[in-house]
Write a protein that binds this ligand. Structure first.
Ligand SMILES: [Zn+2]
Length: 1028
């Protein structure tokens, strides 16, 4: 018998107690159970807020896992990681969603008895703080600290329990010192390099702008000046070097939960079916500009599928928007333009290719020959985003024509066979695309084998590639081996059907193509000029930012020694704002002579410090490792600590980071692994990428302007603008200030309490789905349920305080029913938590609440009722930590069973299914596409029916009238039977109609539905019409 709570009642109570403003402004009334030992009748806002004030310290203080039934060691650790926020100063609803999800998971795992790591920190570098600091004339460091303080309070108010002793902030010199150290390691491994790239340059502010700081008209957001495209020397991290390994790592069974993210990453990386040859850029003397901004000395990665033909390259082609093609204001000038007409043998049509020859050239890394560069958009570039067209004068008629027109040297390295060889290779790779196996991939496998296997003990070497995937690499990582080493005797054989010998090819001369490919990759590797597999379109990671609020790149430019890394013992290279002796704040470090002037660590001469800072993606590519050893002053982290806690078990964050951040983090983990600093090559096991929160936004139809909700009259349909009556369109869009559709979490919590906000955020949608925030609609069921829970506990307390009722007949049967509900709820809710589907867990708990409330009065005195109520509260505690803590306190004071006497719900173990409980299967029957039956059946009954669909159907039809009606005595035409052990369900789909009848039936059903809907609408509008 359930107690029906009319929504009107609680709404009235609610309204009566609504405070005027501010969440914690109302005076404490000392009316809650924790203080008075009296259970208040209603859960008013004031009461809920007092409960939250009372319990907040307890709920957010560090707790240990206390599952007495299992040893922590036996269960192990759970590393629950939420993406750390940028300290903007205010939490937004997206944060609330992410941190509520991670907090509820961490609490769930803790209750299960795991040793849970649930850290938090701050992605604290970046432009907004820098700009705010300049505007307010404060230091970005002070500004950031202030924001962090405020957001920390908000996170605590939200009831999130983090390991605050692990807190890191990336702008802390004790953090960025190690970011710099990691950069030095990349530099020493040859994975950090400098080359020219375009930037947006503001000529008034003399600074570089991010793309989003340039408006549609190409003007700077602050100065309003016309932004110039300018070439600057930029630092890159050569992540393409590991791209084949990162691509390969996506096959790891460890990432099976990544689902579509694996596909996204795969596409991002691309097929690693070619190789990189780094080529040095040369400018002639006239072309050389200022000392810093020249192309001289930089190198460019050239992708080629045929590295064995390296000496046969006659020219490289680039598109007109490429850095090397820059015309205006650059050292490059047009020498001449020619139109070439040639005849393609296969299509017999004219190919025109107009091009100009750049003054810039590159050097062939093998032969040392100069390779000209031509600029043309008409070249047949490799599909995808490949930067370079590789031209072989002997390779095709087009290339030959271009060589003739441009007067380029043609080296036929295969003595008349180049054309045929390239064709065969192209065809082979097309074929292999179809077959899914190709020689390149086999070669890559060899390369990886030799890479990982080199210098290791023979057992490991033999199966190195396999071991790499299988995560058994831990023993070998003890050796601090250089990245991608190549052994002299490692055989990377490639079988080619057509395998001619090479001529005029420097060290490759006389080798067959297959042997030459192996050799050239080795040579390139030895010379630090590439030689590794890569995809055609993946680019290296540009990490330079010309800003002052980021980790300085620890390099010194010396006129005689070139780019020299700052010695590790001199780190950190401190930012001016962390040094009282320097002026601040500034947009660029370049304008601070005290910062730039230094001595060369190598020769001691006067040198200039690098003024670029690192992209914040570098900071965030390894923060999850620093959490595990945040105070370490000797190293970024201690390997043993990291090995024990990694990989991350669940990574919760915004879906927008699916590609970039996750790719960089995977790259960094793999790099640190290759340096012998960690055992694990993949950082994250499971991903829980959280969808966006959207909300209705109002757009004026006439000009597309976003209006404030207050300015819109929604009482008419369609809505109109107040005052003008202009028609307004309602659009559901991502929350944003500019669209006036954002809600501040602090305001929501003030109106509905923090736990209700947590519940509302989790309840409606699966974490991965986008959701639309409709405040009143979302909170109505939430507040009603809280009200019912409050009443339920109140009733329990009241019943136990009064005299115990006599056991009456029928109680045992009622207890048995309740026991079934409890076991089923525990089984299902646990599974939903484990699957990170808190919204279905919540729905199940709502149903379970109804089952508990429908127990007869006399059953409330029994042990089963107590067990059921305990299970409900325990499973709710991760979601509503404050409220359930209060409810549990009262419950524990009146519980009879000894193990419920503990007062702190967050110290309690997770409820378990009774050992003698036979789990039921949920049985669904669909007849002619109508859901006809849903019920439970014990395993014993299903076994008695031998799990046979016809016997099951017969049994159910005999017992249930709805099924008899649906079957209407018709024979079964066809049926399907699905058994899911994971979900403990049996699905039976039955058809008694043929396809034609089925279509006719669907049509009838659709019409009937339409009619019903229309009728309901009519009834509703009649009800809501004001009485006049
Ligand atoms: Zn020097």
């Amino acid at each position: 018998m359930s107690i029906i709570v009319p929504s009107v009642i609680w709404l009235k109570i609610w309204k009566r107690t609504l405070p005027q403003s501010g969440v914690f402004l109302s005076q404490p009334a000392h009316s809650i159970y924790s203080k008075t030992k009296e259970w208040p009748q209603d859960s008013t806002l004031e009461i809920l807020q007092e409960v939250e004030r009372h319990w907040n310290n307890v709920v957010t203080k560090p707790q240990k896992s206390t599952n007495s039934r299992k040893h922590v060691d036996e269960l192990g650790k759970k590393y629950v990681l939420a993406m750390f926020p940028y300290p903007s100063g205010e939490l937004h609803m997206g944060h609330v969603r992410v941190y509520t999800i991670s907090d509820s998971l961490a609490r769930y795992y803790r209750a299960l008895g795991y040793q849970v790591i649930h850290p938090i920190g701050w992605d604290a570098f970046g432009l907004p703080a820098e700009n705010a600091a300049i505007e307010r004339n404060v230091s970005p460091s002070q500004w950031t600290d202030h924001n962090i303080e405020h957001m920390r309070q908000q996170l605590c108010q939200l009831g999130c329990h983090f390991d605050w002793d692990r807190e890191v902030r990336t702008c802390d010199p004790q953090y960025y010192r190690w970011t710099q150290e990691i950069f030095l390691r990349l530099f020493k491994a040859g994975l950090a390099y400098r080359k020219q790239a375009f930037v947006n340059w503001d000529p008034v502010d003399q600074t570089v702008l991010a793309d989003e700081q340039v408006d549609d008209k190409g003007r700077a957001w602050r100065s309003g000046a016309k932004v110039e495209r300018r070439l600057l020397n930029q630092w890159y991290i050569q992540c393409t070097r590991l791209s084949a390994l990162l691509q390969d790592g996506l096959d790891s069974p460890q990432l099976q939960d990544w689902r579509n993210i694996v596909t996204q990453q795969r596409q991002w990386i691309g097929r690693c079916d070619g190789f990189v040859a780094m080529m040095n850029v040369n400018c002639n003397s006239q072309a050389t500009g200022g000392a810093r901004e020249t192309l001289d000395g930089s190198s460019v990665p050239v992708y080629t599928r045929l590295p064995e033909l390296l000496c046969g390259i006659s020219f490289l082609g680039v598109r007109s928007d490429h850095e090397l093609a820059l015309a205006e204001g650059s050292p490059l000038t047009v020498q001449y333009t020619k139109t070439l007409t040639t005849c393609d043998a296969s299509t017999s049509s004219d190919i025109k290719c107009s091009f100009r020859v750049s003054r810039v050239t590159v050097t062939n890394p093998l032969s040392g020959a100069t390779i000209p560069i031509i600029v043309s958009d008409e070249l047949p570039f490799h599909p995808g985003r490949c930067e370079f067209y590789v031209g072989y004068g002997a390779g095709s008629e087009l290339d030959a024509g271009i060589c003739k027109a441009g007067d380029f040297q043609v080296v036929d390295v295969l003595q008349g066979h180049t054309f045929k060889y390239i064709q065969e290779q192209t065809n082979a790779s097309v074929l292999s695309d179809l077959e899914g196996v190709n020689k390149h991939n086999r070669l890559i496998d060899h390369v990886i084998r030799s890479t990982i296997g080199d210098g290791l003990n023979p057992d490991v070497t033999e199966n190195a590639s396999h071991n790499f995937k299988a995560e058994q690499i831990s023993e070998m990582s003890e050796i601090n081996h250089p990245l991608l080493p190549r052994s002299e005797n490692s055989h990377t054989q490639v079988e080619l059907s057509f395998d001619p010998n090479l001529h005029n090819s420097s060290e490759l001369t006389g080798l067959s193509c297959s042997a030459a490919r192996v050799k050239v990759l080795q040579l390139l590797e030895q010379r630090g000029a590439g030689g590794f597999p890569a995809s055609a379109h993946l680019k290296d990671w540009l990490i330079s930012r010309q800003r002052s609020w980021g980790a300085p790149i620890p390099v010194v430019h010396c006129p005689s020694c070139g780019s020299v890394p700052v010695p590790s013992c001199e780190l950190p290279v401190l930012l001016p704002c962390h040094r009282p002796d320097m002026p601040q704040p500034h947009a660029s470090l370049r304008s601070i002579p005290a910062f730039t002037a230094c001595n060369c660590p190598q020769c001691g001469g006067a040198a200039e410090r690098e003024t670029d800072t690192m992209d914040t993606f570098v900071d965030s590519s390894w923060y999850f490792l620093r959490y595990l050893d945040p105070g370490n002053a000797e190293a970024p982290f201690q390997r043993a600590l990291v090995d024990a806690a990694m990989p991350v078990d669940v990574y919760v964050g915004g879906e927008e980071h699916a590609v970039l951040h996750l790719y960089y983090a995977r790259f960094m983990q793999l790099f640190l692994h290759s340096q012998g600093l960690t055992s694990h090559s993949e950082p994250f096991t499971r991903l829980l990428l959280v969808g966006r929160i959207k909300a209705p936004a109002y757009v004026r139809v006439s000009d597309g302007k976003y209006l404030r909700p207050d300015d819109v009259d929604c009482s008419v349909s369609p809505p109109v603008e107040r005052g003008t009556g202009a028609p307004v369109k309602v659009m559901v869009e991502k929350m944003s200030k500019s669209k006036h559709n954002g809600v501040a979490p602090s305001a929501v919590m003030a109106e509905f309490s923090c736990d209700a906000t947590r519940l509302a955020v989790l309840r409606e949608e699966a974490p991965a789905n986008n959701r639309t925030w409709r405040q009143q609609e979302s909170f109505f069921p939430v507040m009603r349920w809280i009200f019912v829970l409050w009443k339920t506990v109140g009733k329990f307390v009241h019943m136990r305080q009064t005299k115990e009722a006599q056991q009456s007949a029928g109680v045992e049967a009622a207890e048995e029913v309740l026991r079934g509900h409890r076991n089923r709820a525990v089984q299902e809710v646990t599974r939903h938590y484990a699957d990170h589907q808190q919204h279905t867990a919540v729905r199940k708990l709502e149903t379970f609440t109804r089952h508990i409330r429908s127990a007869p009065l006399t059953a409330m005195y029994g042990a089963e009722y107590e067990r059921s109520l305990a299970a409900l509260l325990l499973m709710l505690a991760p979601i509503m930590p404050h409220l359930v803590a209060e409810m549990w306190l009262a419950f524990s004071h009146h519980a009879h069973l000894p193990h419920y006497k503990s007062e702190d719900v967050h110290e309690q173990p997770w409820p378990e299914v009774d050992h003698d409980y036979q789990p039921c299967y949920r049985v669904y029957v669909t007849v002619n596409d109508d859901h006809v039956y849903k019920g439970d059946m014990s395993i014993a009954s299903l076994e008695a029916l031998q799990w046979q669909e016809d016997r099951l159907l017969q049994e159910l039809t005999q017992e249930h009238q709805a099924l008899q009606v649906a079957m209407a005595g018709q024979p079964v035409l066809r049926s399907t039977f699905t058994l899911s052990d994971e979900e403990c369900s049996v699905k039976l789909v039955v058809y008694t109609l043929d396809d034609e009848q089925l279509v006719a039936k669907k049509k009838r059903d659709k019409q009937a539905k339409k009619l019903l809907k229309a009728q309901r609408l009519k009834e509703n509008s009649a009800k809501t019409k004001p009485k006049s």
